[in-house]
Structures are given as C-alpha cells and as structure tokens.
Design a protein around this ligand. Structure first.
Ligand code: NAD
Length: 354
C-alpha cells in the first residue's frame, strides 16, 4: 500500500517532535519540510537527508502530490497557512491553538468541510493514556458526582513575546476539561499579571463554571520555581490526582470523602461523616501521546473518519480562550457566553466525542 506523503511546516521547538513521528510511522513518508529560517532547514536536512524537499515557502508543497501537512508554526500564522493548505486539497494537522479568533477557527472548520479534508488540532493530552483512564473513571461513575477540578500547569517556562500564558498553556487544560466533562462551561473568568514583560501576562488564574455546578480552576505560569503538571478531580465518592510529571504512577485514586449529615431539626446544623480508604495507582499502559495523535491523524485520513480533536474541538477551545482574554481585559469579570458552535447550530452545547 502506498504511504501517505506528508509535508511539515515549522521546524522550531515543537516541529521536530511531529517530524520524528511521521518519519517513524510505517504508513507515512515525510516528503518535505518548510521553514522560513534557513538554519532550521539545514539542521533538519542534516538529520533526515532522505527527505526530498526543503523549502522556505510551504507553497512549494502544492502540486507535488502530497496528501497532508502538519503545521507547527506560531499561532498567528495558523489561519492563513491552514486555509491555503486545505484549499489546495491537503489534510491538515495543526498545533494548538487552532487560531487566535473563533471566527477564524470557524472559517477553517467550514473550509475543511467544503473541501472534504481532515482538519485535526494537536490537543495532545486527549491522546494521553492517563487522561483517557481518568475519563473512563469519571464516565463509569467510580468517582461519583464531579464536584470540582483543579488544574495546575506551571514552570519556569519558555516566554513568548506576543501571546500571553493563557494562549500558550491553557489550550492543554481546556481541552482536557472539555474532554473529561463533555460539555462547554457556562462562564469564564480570568485574572493575570505581567511580571517580566509589559502587557504579556506570564501568570494567570482562570475559573470556569460548568453545568451541574461543577467548578474548575486553572493556574498557569511561566514564572514558577517548580514544574507542576497536575489535575485534581474531586468527586462525591473518590478523588483523583493526575500528575503528568510523575513517571510511573501518573494517576492516584484516593478513596476519601466527606458527607454532611443533618443531626437536628434545626436548619443548618450538620455532622460530617469522613471516610478514608485505599490510595490506588492503577496500571496504565503508556504510549507516547504524540505518537497516538499522529497515528490517529493517519487513520482518519485513510478511513475517512472524524478526528477526536477535529476542527470543532479546536474551535471550542479557542472560544474559551477568547472568553478568558475578554475577562482578563475586564479585570477578571465573569464572561458568560453562548458558544458559536451552538449558536450556528453546528454542534450541540453538550457534545459527544467523535
Ligand atoms: N502540543 C504541545 O505540547 C506543544 C508544545 C509546544 C508548542 N506547541 C505549538 O507548536 C506551535 C509552534 O510552537 P514552537 O514553540 O515550536 O514555535 P517556534 O517559534 O519555536 O517555531 C516555529 C517555527 O515556525 C517557523 N515559521 C514561522 N512562520 C513560518 C511560515 N510562514 N512558514 C514556514 N515556517 C514558519 C519559524 O521559523 C520557526 O522555526 C505553536 O502553535 C505552539 O503552540 C505545542
């Protein structure tokens, strides 16, 4: 069976990870790499001399019989590059965030539909076996009713001169939250501060309120002494900590909880029943999430399937980022909104995963 011919656009910090995967997958041939920077092209050419085309202009990929491109360029370039590639008949896997506005994201979704091409967004964590295990626990009811979720993504991170920490780091946690809860939030509120560069927030706190009174909070920072990638899910029966920095035991399930029991007829007087049980770290067979993501992209092209992180998934994440950005500019006020996908009738508010 002929292999899919892939072009990669952007060989900066993240592009090499995508390229390595498409070089290694048996179903794909990495045909070409495009980057504006000649030094980056020289580096990739030394590493993978078997690649046929190295170019500063990704348009050199058109008319070469390519099937797909993977785009890992800065976010402000995504809309233009992805649109042009879709219009030239290529399937596209693009890094997060899909775009910088929801109108651009919707435009890409519609362009992909018009041209019958796969549009997939690199929300890597939805392909992470630990996140999938956590979702299974939530969906099976093992944790009980979800009460709140706390997400922390901090380190002494790579600073970005233009986009703030919300646009850089929050796409991961937002995509995880939407995946776990299967619904859009009703409101978003964000506060942040710019410690290092004027006008570009490097620390932010974002609060989302989901239906059924589920509260979620994200702490995001490029300015923290320790690297933390942790999500705590508290349910009425059990609690879970997912620690992505942990090598072996990424998920720990705590059989702990507390229930308020009314003990008099007087309203408001309660006893609290605590329970403490086992702490269990289930075995999770780990596979590199980016490898799972790249394989899924290939499978969607070959089998004409809709990706788990399709254009609508990317659009939902961009809508929440936009809402957080508006709230940030309003000094942290609540930003309630109706998602575009709902307004335009493309997608129900409570969505089913692909
Ligand atoms: N999934 C993840 O965990 C993850 C991690 C890091 C970055 N990312 C995403 O990957 C994307 C790239 O981020 P990065 O950190 O690698 O950025 P980067 O600045 O390190 O690299 C971007 C590269 O794109 C090239 N480029 C820019 N415009 C181009 C154009 N028009 N044509 C061809 N090449 C062009 C630049 O020369 C550069 O080499 C972003 O969307 C970012 O959010 C994802």
């Amino acid at each position: 069976m002929p292999r899919l011919k892939i072009g990669a656009i952007g060989y900066g910090y993240w592009g090499p990870n995508l390229i390595r995967n498409f070089i290694e997958l048996p179903e794909t041939e990495l045909y070409g790499v495009a980057d504006l920077d000649q030094a980056r092209l020289n580096t990739v050419q030394e590493r993978y001399p078997q690649v046929q085309l190295f170019t500063k202009d990704y348009r050199g990929f058109f008319e070469r019989g390519l099937d797909a491109v993977v785009v890992a360029t800065p976010p402000h370039t995504h809309h233009r590059i992805v649109r042009e590639c879709l219009e030239n008949g290529l399937h596209v896997l693009v890094e997060k965030p899909l775009t910088l506005t929801s109108s651009d994201a919707l435009d890409l979704v519609q362009t992909a539909e018009r041209h019958g091409r796969v549009l997939m967004v690199g929300h890597t964590f939805e392909y992470n076996p630990a996140v999938r295990a956590l979702k299974q626990m939530i969906d099976s009811g093992e944790l009980g009713e979800i009460q709140y979720i706390d997400a922390v993504r901090v380190s002494l991170g790579l600073f970005n001169a233009h986009l703030n920490v919300i646009w850089d780091l929050a796409p991961h946690d937002i995509s995880i939250l939407l995946h776990l809860l299967g619904t859009m939030p009703e409101s978003v509120a964000a506060q942040g501060t710019s410690c290092v560069q004027d006008g570009v927030e490097d620390v932010a706190y974002v609060t989302l309120r989901f239906p059924n009174n589920v509260l979620a909070h994200m702490r995001l920072s490029w300015l923290d002494p320790s690297k933390i990638r942790r999500i705590t899910v508290v349910g009425s029966k059990k609690m879970v900590i997912y620690d992505d920095v942990e090598n072996q035991e990424k998920i720990k399930v705590y059989d702990k909880g507390v229930t308020a029991i009314r003990h008099t007829d007087t309203f408001g007087e309660f006893n609290f029943a605590y329970h403490y049980g086992d702490i269990v770290s289930p075995y999770i067979r780990f596979e590199e999430p980016l490898r799972v993501e790249c394989k899924h992209f290939v499978e969607c092209i070959l089998e004409h399937k809709r990706p788990l992180t399709d254009g609508y998934n990317g659009l939902r994440v961009v809508e929440i980022l936009e809402a957080a950005q508006k709230s940030l500019r309003n000094g942290g006020g609540l930003h309630a909104y109706t998602p575009t996908v709902h307004r335009n009738g493309h997608h129900p508010l409570v969505f089913q995963p692909a």
